[in-house]
Design a protein around this ligand. Structure first.
Ligand SMILES: [Ca+2]
Ligand SMILES: [Ca+2]
Length: 349
């Protein structure tokens, strides 16, 4: 005969009674552990309060109808990462300089070995600033000066003195730090426990989850008649109507964030990426977490010098000249050259 399937009534043995204090101790320890984890979580979140999580996934990188170096459009998978919400600001960069006494490339005397033939008295610290040409100029060159006439080497220009020695960043805590060379950006990133994004991470993050759109906010230049980024309106380089509200740089967060909560991935200031630049990289890059080319090619401006990737365009990007405020647009720049429109933002795994 089958035994009835009834569980015996629980009994409390003297042995179990003796374990109760032990169970209480274990429960108490577990509670302490949970509290400690919560405290850690809060401090971890605070430490990343100016970063947003970009979830891993697939996206279409590049275009099929843009400049040759954006082709072909290809599918890329990326692991998730944290990214700075905004371009690194003057306030954030000042904290780095105060902690490390770091001197940026623009503040150092240029090395005569790197500039053979340049007279000693011309080898002074400085950086490139935009100037409005006095008369109409060709956008394509060649130019008498050998470089675009809207660029001027300004002695004494640096992140602390963006327009030259008489200018300052006082009252500009929330503006992107500029005149940043690639070396300066990587030094900051290392100090902050972060790194520069790969070019693929940058484009994926900049698109904010939108699929194959022309702009980081969609397909329409001015949805509802509103400018969505700080670029250039009017005929570059002499007519700057500032319809978007800003003639030059803007403080960060003046335009709507993209789908991941990132600001100014279009325009305002250029942003360095980790990668060397190679115009043909998309033809050979791996489809998972592409790390960038192992060597750099010469840049358009300096054919003999390997260049790094810059992304996102700046307040100087105009539709009649440089539409590189678009998320697919690539730029190659000598790593030792910052300018009045060059900044960066960091990521963390
Ligand atoms: Ca503008
Ligand atoms: Ca930007």
């Amino acid at each position: 005969m089958k035994k009835p399937n009834v569980a015996p009534a629980p009994t409390v043995s003297p042995e179990t009674k003796g374990r109760r204090p032990l169970i209480s101790v274990l429960l108490f320890a577990a509670l302490l552990g949970v509290i400690a984890l919560l405290v850690m979580q809060v401090s971890w979140t605070v430490g990343r309060s100016e970063m947003v999580w970009v979830p891993g996934g697939e996206f279409w990188m590049g275009t099929n109808d843009g400049p040759l170096d954006e082709r072909p459009r290809h599918k890329v998978y990326l692991d998730g990462f944290w990214m700075d919400e905004t371009e690194v600001t003057n306030k954030q960069f000042a904290a780095f300089v105060a902690a490390t006494k770091y001197v940026t490339v623009a503040e150092r005397k240029p090395d005569p070995k790197e500039f053979p033939g340049v007279p000693e008295d011309k080898l002074v610290p400085g950086s490139a600033v935009y100037v409005t040409p006095a008369a109409d100029v060709s956008l394509e060159g060649p130019w008498e000066t050998g470089h675009p006439p809207w660029w001027k080497y300004q002695p004494g220009a640096s992140w602390k003195h963006p327009d030259g020695p008489d200018s300052s960043v006082e009252g500009k805590d929330d503006y992107p730090v500029v005149h940043i060379a690639w070396e300066d950006a990587t030094a900051y990133a290392k100090w902050a426990g972060k790194r520069l994004p790969t070019e693929a991470e940058w484009e994926y993050a900049a698109r904010g989850g939108l699929d194959r759109k022309e702009f980081v906010w969609g397909d329409e230049l001015k949805p509802g008649g509103k400018w969505m980024a700080n670029s250039w309106q009017g005929q570059f380089p002499r007519e700057n109507t500032a319809e978007d509200g800003f003639k030059g740089l803007a403080p960060v967060r003046q335009f709507p964030a993209n789908g991941y909560g990132l600001f100014d991935t279009s325009g305002n200031a250029w942003e360095w990426c980790q990668d060397w630049y190679d115009s043909d990289y998309y033809r050979v890059s791996p489809d998972r977490n592409p790390p960038g080319p192992t060597i750099g090619r010469g840049s358009r401006q300096s054919p003999g010098q390997p260049s790094r990737v810059r992304r996102g365009g700046s307040f100087l990007c105009a539709d009649n000249y440089c539409r590189r405020y678009l998320p697919a647009a690539r730029d190659d720049n000598p790593p030792d050259s910052g300018a009045c429109h060059t900044s960066f933002r960091c990521v963390r795994d």
